[in-house]
Design a protein around this ligand. Structure first.
Ligand code: COA
Length: 352
């Protein structure tokens, strides 16, 4: 089973496109011409601007919060100071969020950890991946291998039909709520470890494993106690996630080329875990498994893995919101109540 974005195979897109190319495709329904892509990047660069009120809020968010709570606040607060109106249409709001999520995340991260106030603007032709890498590393330059690895990960995370967070966004806007409310619901839903938080959970166990022997001990214990091994299994892809091999290549490349954060052993341990879980549990790695070692080798702090998912999935969420609104019907499932029925009312002073 493969994965397509608007008819294009994810394998082709990951090989030939940039994230901006794919984001345009998802938002506007077709691949851009080179002029359209250039204009789109210009819009994204402008949308990086962090308003003073938002910076003030980011500076008040403590260092020990879950960064997804910070991302949810960015979406919610921006909806307050730059509300969706008839004048700024939903496409503008989507591009604003696409541009601002990375800089807002990096601003909060550096201020919370070291009191540094970053300048969100890097080069005015920098892609989202390049801007992110420069901001995270507080550097004027960015290693092209790392930028491409992050860029491809953004492509792979961009859209995935009716997953939980997308569904949450659609339910929210189906009530005719504003765009920001849809995205805020989606971020809250993506936060959980069974959805977006899985790549962080993978890194949390990988970072404690320093040899193949330790990996074996971890697996033996997990198998024995029937513990979920994060980064494996998928509700839709029972025989393998088509995105996993693509991101695995980048994890491998980073471990071989050894840019600043490359780690041979991390990749070898990951591959060993994959082999054993596939052979012994018949569960295949999902996108999150090799994303963990890829991001780690790109020098991305583990706590920012899921917020980076937001930077990418904003495109899929936005396209679903557009689609929901184009032919809206309130999404309101019913439930089957199975508790007691026909009880006689008990006055307060007679209740036990
Ligand atoms: N590790 C160990 N066992 C797993 C497993 C994993 N990662 N994923 C599924 N299983 C087991 C279940 O416990 C269950 O066992 P049981 O029948 O003994 O109760 C069985 O396999 C069910 O498999 P399946 O129907 O394929 O899973 P699902 O559709 O219910 O769940 C996930 C899908 C994604 C929720 C689940 O695989 C999971 O929680 N994975 C880890 C979290 C993760 O990586 N999430 C990111 C998803 S992109």
């Amino acid at each position: 089973m493969g994965l397509n974005y608007r008819g294009y195979d994810i394998v082709d897109l990951a090989k030939n496109s940039t994230f901006e190319d794919v984001a345009y495709l998802i938002l506007f329904g077709k691949l851009p011409t080179s002029k359209q892509l250039e204009e789109f990047l210009d819009q994204i660069v402008k949308a990086r601007y962090l308003p003073a009120q938002l910076k003030e809020i980011l500076e008040r968010i403590p260092v020990d919060v879950h960064p997804m709570d910070m991302m949810r606040t960015v979406s919610s607060f921006l909806g307050l100071i730059e509300p969706e109106t008839k004048e700024n249409d939903q496409y503008e709001v989507a591009i604003r969020l696409l541009g601002i999520f990375g800089p807002a995340m990096a601003y909060w991260y550096h201020f919370a950890h070291s009191g540094v106030r970053i300048n969100e603007q890097t080069g005015n032709k920098d892609t989202i991946a390049c801007n992110l890498v420069k901001l995270l590393h507080l550097s004027q330059t960015a290693d092209p291998i790392i930028v491409r690895a992050v860029d491809v990960s953004l492509i792979l995370y961009a859209e995935h039909d009716f997953n939980a967070s997308t569904f949450a966004a659609r339910v929210t806007v189906s009530t005719l709520a504003d765009f920001y409310s849809g995205i805020t619901s989606a971020i809250g839903t993506l936060r959980g470890p069974l959805h977006g938080g899985a790549n962080e959970a993978v890194m949390q166990y990988l970072q404690n494993l320093h040899s193949i022997e330790e990996a074996n001990a971890f697996l033996n214990e997990s198998f024995k106690s029937k513990k979920l091994i994060m980064g494996f299994g998928h509700r839709v892809y029972k025989n393998g996630d088509p995105r996993s091999d693509i991101i695995k290549e980048y994890s491998k490349l980073l471990s071989e080329k050894q840019p600043k954060f490359g780690k041979k052993l991390l990749y070898q341990i990951s591959e060993h875990i994959e082999t054993r879980v596939v052979n012994e549990k018949k569960k295949f790695p999902n996108l999150d498994f090799y994303s963990a070692s890829t991001y780690h080798q790109c020098g991305v702090p583990t706590e920012l893995f899921t917020p980076i998912f937001v930077m990418s999935r904003i495109t899929g969420w936005a396209a679903h919101i557009f689609e929901q609104r184009a032919n809206n019907k309130l999404i309101r499932p019913t439930s089957n109540y199975i508790g007691p029925q026909k009880l006689s009312f008990v006055p307060l002073n007679q209740r036990l």
